[in-house]
Design a protein around this ligand. Structure first.
Ligand SMILES: [Zn+2]
Length: 372
């Protein structure tokens, strides 16, 4: 996972908000029948000002939820429905069935808010009764899923990805200038010129899937340029608590670790080594949990096995570069004014600069191996 930050790119934000504002309009008529607990949502959507619109498009979710209570409440409902499979997964891992009520209680507590409260009132069961069994709890899940469906029908009148033209999408991708997939760092995704158009080789992924969170379907911070395998094969609509490239990269909290079974492997002369992505014991707990989900969802341990021959060559270069070869090379290059970054490119094929990972194929992998 490679860090991307559009929050610093004011020029891109300004251009993007202008593009959306040009076609964005409120619907002309109110829906006929509205369930009572969605009246407030409709009113909030209808009261959106140009400033609010810019916020939704450009400010990341935590900041939005701090400013807008209605978005915070909507987010809790979305999360309750979207992360429900994770609760079931957690329950499967738990060995004792008497732990289930506690799991359900924690899950309810994490997402309790306006929507769940009104839904529980409608079910005429107390939270204690609901958490008692899966059958009871799934009644609430069903009611929440239906409520979210209805809420999202309203939201799609205001925010729908299909409102964005293909030209704007292509131009956005080009302006984002991320030539390599940030999820895997192993596929090119740049734009190409084709019959006067500029399509891109990757996808624009909705970090929070449109199917659950259409309110964020046009938000710049929710659009991640990624490769097709990561988006279509691995991520799809499945919603896990992942690390977003706009939040952080793996950095030093997760590195590709090489374990050599003999000295010759460490020097790059044999391929008797294994590799895997290792989470640092010093990584903050919440980030470590998210990284674990990224590793699992994008099959990063598996897909990086393919790069073993490449890694072997990097190990060899690292060994050669650390000894007399390096001195000879330095003498040879003495008269040519090369920066450290340029020398690294010459030797390893990448800059070994953390700020360039999003532009360099396998930049993070190469960095981790050379620095290990
Ligand atoms: Zn990828």
């Amino acid at each position: 996972m490679i860090y991307l930050n559009y929050q610093n790119d004011k020029k891109l934000q300004h251009w993007y908000a202008g593009q959306i504002r040009a076609f964005w309009a409120k619907p002309s008529k109110k829906p006929g029948l509205l369930r009572p607990n969605l009246q407030g949502l409709w009113d909030s959507l209808f009261a959106i000002t140009p400033k609010n619109l810019d916020d939704i498009l450009l400010r990341e979710r935590p900041a939005l939820e701090k400013t807008y209570a209605w978005i915070k409440e909507y987010g809790k409902l979305c999360d309750f429905v979207a992360y429900y499979p994770l609760l079931e997964e957690q329950a499967k891992k738990s060995r004792f069935y008497w732990e289930y009520p506690k799991l359900r209680q924690n899950y309810l507590g994490q997402h309790m808010g306006f929507y769940l409260e009104t839904l529980i009132d409608g079910l005429s069961s107390s939270p204690d009764e609901l958490i008692r069994s899966w059958a009871n709890f799934s009644q609430l899940k069903k009611a929440a899923a239906q409520c979210l469906l209805d809420a999202n029908l309203l939201i799609r009148e205001f925010f729908d990805y299909s409102m964005m033209s293909q030209e704007t999408r292509h131009e956005l991708f080009r302006k984002m200038d991320v030539p390599v997939c940030p999820y895997c760092n192993r596929q090119y995704i740049h734009t190409v010129s084709l019959a006067g158009k500029k399509p891109y080789l990757g996808d624009l992924d909705h970090f929070y899937p449109q199917s659950y969170y259409p309110l964020f379907s046009l938000s710049l911070w929710n659009l991640i340029p990624v490769c097709k395998p990561c988006n279509q094969l691995f991520k799809r609509q499945y919603n896990r608590k992942l690390l977003s490239p706009q939040e952080a990269g793996f950095d030093d909290d997760c590195i590709l670790e090489i374990t050599a079974h003999e000295a010759a492997a460490l020097l790059g002369y044999k391929d008797s080594f294994t590799l895997h992505w290792k989470i640092s014991p010093f990584a903050p707990a919440e980030k470590a949990d998210k990284i674990r989900q990224n590793l699992q969802l994008f099959h990063l341990d598996d897909v990086y096995q393919y790069h073993k021959p490449h890694i072997q060559r990097i190990l060899q270069k690292r060994y050669l570069h650390s000894g007399s070869y390096s001195k000879k090379l330095s003498r040879m290059l003495d008269k040519i004014p090369l920066s450290e970054e340029e020398k690294n490119r010459l030797v390893y094929g990448t800059s070994l600069d953390k700020n360039q990972f999003h532009k360099e194929l396998l930049g993070k992998m190469t960095y981790d191996i050379v620095m290990q």
